[in-house]
Ligand binder design. Structure first.
Ligand code: PLP
Length: 458
């Protein structure tokens, strides 16, 4: 028996994998990965797979990136972990300073957690607690967007609207208010993305008129609703959203966990909101910005919630435990993870990452464009280095394929046979490649997507 088969047997006897119907592994191969190199994963038999989804959207500069690896190794020999209540350390301080310098103006405080869902929990709790500290305990609801996704823990799931992940747990989740997504896929025949966004702002305004007095915050994924199917929307929605949150005095939580760190073309997606008037600067500042995934270049679990001095001040008091934010995670601010994040920010500082990504994105767009003519492709869409092809049963009416036919899975298996890792979301076949991907590797990804589309639609 070769080593790969042996590992698969041992895995399936001992492990329960995330986001997986384990029964699928009776037919879907489980890949035992021995190592990674650049955009490639190499299995125990030496077969190579191009990681076209950046290992669940975390990896930015390639696997085993030597600078990030070296930073972690050096830190591990100095200080691996210390309790972060009552103690501090250089990596956490430096990282907080650098994140605040890079973030939209007005964000002044960093709270560390250790995964994306926890960052969302932190933002939700902080917003609620802020209002409570201000004497507004009646504010206890949150507004989320249809199609949004914010993680799997109960609070994060409560403000998510992706049916698949939340259905079974719905009885456990607090009720949220849903505003219709500005998703450009929902446009009327001939309508522009911008017009959908403006219509959806009107709907949001109506919701706020009725409910703002009982609402803590509105939570959104800026520009791209990723887990909900890589649905994309016009950046003008962001500016309108900020204005409405100001007008109705409701917090805005920007979940940049997936779109942050250069994925959409700017360091943060919030930067792309066009100026509201001629003399204004572009971009919006949310009241909370959640970061994780790419924060450490895909090396270590870490999350950060950035917020304003105003929010921070509402918790600051002489001894009064009821006012303080008594939330913690054992590994909050872990020094190894902070070092990985600092090494990642060094790469952004030292190399023209965003320019390179723009060139890569333009090439990807040009290569994918012909797929729009496929008789089962409803849309080819792209924002920065997120590109998606949505296949449907009927192109004219955009009627989806029945979910149980698992068309996306067919594309995934076909791509895998070609040595490319895709993981379609339902019938949305997408790529979110690492930033180190070469043009030749983009060709391989596009060929795999094209083949996957035709296999899925057969
Ligand atoms: C992945 C994701 C999360 C959850 O992060 P985890 O680290 O998986 O808990 C939250 N929000 C968005 C937008 C995400 O893409």
């Amino acid at each position: 028996m070769n080593s790969a088969d042996d590992f698969i047997r041992r895995d399936l006897a001992a492990i329960w994998h995330p986001c997986t119907q384990m029964h699928d592994h009776e037919t879907v191969p489980l890949l035992p990965i021995a190592r990674g190199q650049g955009a490639w994963l190499i299995d125990m038999d030496g077969r190579r797979y191009l990681d076209a989804i950046s290992s669940w959207w975390t990896n930015l500069f390639g696997h085993a990136e030597p600078r990030i690896a070296a930073a972690i190794a050096a830190q591990a020999q100095t200080l691996e972990q210390v309790i972060f209540a009552g103690f501090t350390h250089a990596p956490a301080i430096e990282l907080a300073e650098r994140l605040l310098a890079l973030a939209p103006p007005g964000l002044a405080r960093v709270f560390y957690a250790d995964n994306g869902s926890s960052a969302v929990e932190v933002a939700l709790k902080m917003s609620f607690h802020y209002w409570r500290n201000q004497g507004h305990g009646e504010r206890r609801r949150f507004i989320a967007l249809s199609g949004g996704y914010h993680g799997e823990t109960l609070g994060a799931l409560a403000v998510s609207a992706t049916g698949l992940y939340r259905e079974a747990y719905a009885p456990l989740l607090f009720e949220r208010l849903l505003a219709p997504s500005p998703d450009a896929y929902d446009c009327l025949p001939g309508e522009a993305a911008e017009s959908v966004a403006l219509r959806r702002l009107d709907a949001l305004r109506a919701l706020l008129e009725r409910h703002a007095h009982e609402v803590c915050a509105l939570i959104i994924e800026p520009l791209v609703q990723c887990a909900g199917g890589m649905r994309m929307y016009h950046a003008r929605y962001l500016g309108g959203l900020r204005a409405l949150c100001d007008q109705f005095d409701v917090h805005l939580i920007a979940d940049e966990i997936a779109v942050g760190f250069g994925r959409t073309g700017t360091l943060f997606a919030c930067e792309q909101a066009p100026p509201l008037h001629a003399s204004a600067a572009p971009g919006i500042t949310p009241d909370f910005m959640c970061l994780s995934k790419g924060l450490t270049g895909g090396f270590m679990p870490l999350a950060a919630v950035l917020t304003t001095q105003c929010v921070y001040d509402a918790f600051y008091a002489e001894y009064n435990a009821g006012k303080a934010f008594l939330h913690s995670h054992s590994y909050a601010g872990n020094p190894l993870a902070c070092r990985a994040a600092l090494a990642t920010l060094d790469i952004f500082r030292d190399e023209p990452v965003l320019e390179r990504n723009r060139a890569l994105a333009a090439y990807l767009a040009a290569r994918l464009a012909p797929l729009a003519d496929h008789p089962h492709v409803a849309e080819v869409r792209q924002t920065g280095l997120i590109a998606a092809v949505e296949v449907v049963a009927d192109k004219a009416t955009r009627t989806p394929f029945p979910a149980h036919e698992r068309r996306g899975l067919r594309a995934r298996l076909d791509a895998l046979a070609r040595g490319v890792v895709l993981r379609p979301l339902g019938e949305v076949i997408y790529t979110m490649p690492p930033y180190c991907t070469t043009l030749e590797e983009i060709d391989l990804i596009v060929d795999a997507i094209a083949s996957g589309v035709s296999v899925a639609c057969r």
